[in-house]
Design a protein around this ligand. Structure first.
Ligand SMILES: Cc1cc2nc3c(=O)[nH]c(=O)nc-3n(C[C@H](O)[C@H](O)[C@H](O)COP(=O)(O)OP(=O)(O)OC[C@H]3O[C@@H](n4cnc5c(N)ncnc54)[C@H](O)[C@@H]3O)c2cc1C
Length: 218
């Protein structure tokens, strides 16, 4: 199915014209975002924890230390909610009320399970590593048995999801369009600065292209 079905859990109610349930739209937001926030409830207390994610088809992959509460919670199959957000601009309206942000965000619902074979864990870690820096896995030293053992990797099946997107300029009230203040959009982009070599880098090793020309989007 090209779209997630709409239920009481994922239906965008406020400004529903900005909503999308299209898998491709949702996948692109998840793939472009460098990090996510995972929400879960433990003993009645909600937590929202930032972490790295990656997508593999209809699943999200998360990893962390064995001792992590977040990972233990997800590995136990409890329901979670994962949010990714990309900021595209600050919208300056004439009225304070109509200021806004341009954004693309995805809210995903699912449950996780722990990957337990070294092969599955390695494959997931490859996808996570390449999500952050495409091409890095091929060059970095692979995790050894001890490192693999110390790392929990979970796969979260995406059960339901929605995207919400705001684009374009301000939507001022008609009577405000003559108000003498600048209005428009200040586009925002995630950008890099020149790479800083590690102080112990072996001399003669230049940054690879995936570092020197790092970009989140094509
Ligand atoms: C950009 C980013 C990427 C990250 N990527 C990963 C990753 O891929 N894998 C991973 O395991 N961890 C990652 N972390 C760290 C992650 O946020 C958690 O700190 C970590 O997973 C431990 O989780 P826990 O539930 O065991 O934390 P615990 O230490 O059990 O949490 C206890 C309390 O500590 C506080 N706390 C925990 N984490 C944070 C935090 N990040 N900021 C502020 N307060 C906090 C909260 O109050 C929380 O309730 C990342 C953090 C950031 C900001």
């Amino acid at each position: 199915m090209p779209e997630f079905s709409i239920s009481s859990r994922n239906q965008v109610r406020r400004l529903s014209k900005r909503a999308s349930y299209d898998r491709d739209v949702i996948h692109r937001i998840i793939d472009e975002a460098l990090i996510c926030h995972v929400g879960f409830v433990e003993e009645g207390q909600p937590f929202v924890i930032p972490t790295i994610h990656a997508r593999s088809d209809e699943t999200l992959l998360l990893h962390g230390a064995k001792a992590s509460r977040l990972l233990k919670h997800v590995a136990a199959g409890n329901p979670i909610c994962v949010v990714t957000t990309i900021l595209d601009g600050i919208v300056f309206a004439r009225s304070a009320f109509h200021h806004s942000l341009n954004y693309r965000s995805a809210v995903v619902f699912g449950r996780g399970h722990e990957l337990d074979t070294p092969e599955d864990k390695l494959r997931a870690l490859e996808i996570i590593t390449n999500h952050v820096a495409p091409g890095r896995w091929a060059e970095a030293r692979r995790p050894n048995a001890r490192e693999l053992e110390a790392t929990t990797v979970v796969r979260v099946a995406i059960e339901s999801a929605s995207a919400k997107t705001r684009t374009g300029g301000p939507n001022d009230d008609e009577e405000d369009y003559d108000f003498p203040v600048w209005a428009g959009v200040l586009p925002l982009k995630q950008m890099t600065e020149p790479p800083i070599a590690d102080s112990r880098l072996t001399s003669g090793i230049e940054p690879p292209e995936y570092v020197a020309k790092y970009r989140r989007t094509d």
